[in-house]
Design a protein. Sequence first.
Length: 366
Amino acid sequence: MKPPFWKRWFSRRLVKPFLAWQIELTTRCPLRCRMCCREGHPSEARQDMAFDDFQKLAPHFRDAEAVVLEGWGESLLHPQLIPCIRLVHEAGSRVGFVTSGKTLNEAYINDLVDAGPDFIGFSLNGATPQTHDAIRVHSDLTELTGHIRMFQEAKTRLGRTTPRLHIVYLLLRSNIHEVPQLIRLAKELKIEEVILIQLALVTSAWQDEQKAFADSTHPEYEAYLAEGEHLAKAGGIRLTRPAMTPCDVAVCSEDPLRNLYISVQGDLSPCVYLNPPISRPFTHIFQGEAYPTDRVTFGNVFREGFEAIWQSEAYSDFRKCFARRKERFRDFEGPMIDLSQMERAAAAPIPAPPLPCRRCYKILGF
């Protein structure tokens, strides 16, 4: 499995303390995606992060390889998105976001290309309008692909190589069969990278039913992915695909040791999945069981300051769980060649992940 392009970029020479800061600029969104945790919570407040608050974070951007301007809303709706992009660049970090592309037009695209984000991802949930539009309600695949073409044309016209455009595709039972067609579409759109992901936060029965992983009743899923890999290789497209069966990992792909998430209100969390913008407690479904779940935050950066929160005992203990797991996983690298090594492994089992992460599909490698 190849890592996504942004991780390859930032892993070449990691000289900064953080790999990525993910910052939620807005919780407003024009779509009603069926796989979103906010479905069923229409009364939740929608708001933007004040630009003055965003500026308070700017001194820390120099410590991050990248600043990802996205959360549970549509970043394009933030009225100061372009100034935010420029502010991150001034700090010397890479910057980008993932978008539905819903509110784009030619003028906005030109302004974005001129602002110079390093990467922009487009969320697709089907390679045909029938599939995509049914899942991403209020989205229009034909309109979206038209916007991607406009981006490529603007880059050519303005003589820019950035932003690098990629596609993010959430695998579901109802769309996994279109992966090969997705690769053909990406080739047509001159997209160089396609990232396939799994559903991590499950909050409804429909979402639970739609999980594409760990389903032995559908062996053809692997065939769809294999065909997609073949087409991607032939077309010069980098394809990142997730695991289809569970596998315990030392540190999940969100990597709380090197990454963090700041909500629109300034609440600091280890990852976006631990702090969805819905009422607490919310229903979280894991392996068929529903659990009342609270959001996990360690403080508010606008009130308490980043350093105080990051170095707090509670947040430090959370990260130490992953650090200890990472260290123990190293002990299992290579063959177990003698009885004493096996005995040591039995005497010192792999530490459990932090409590909030034990019912997360990310810790199972998805």
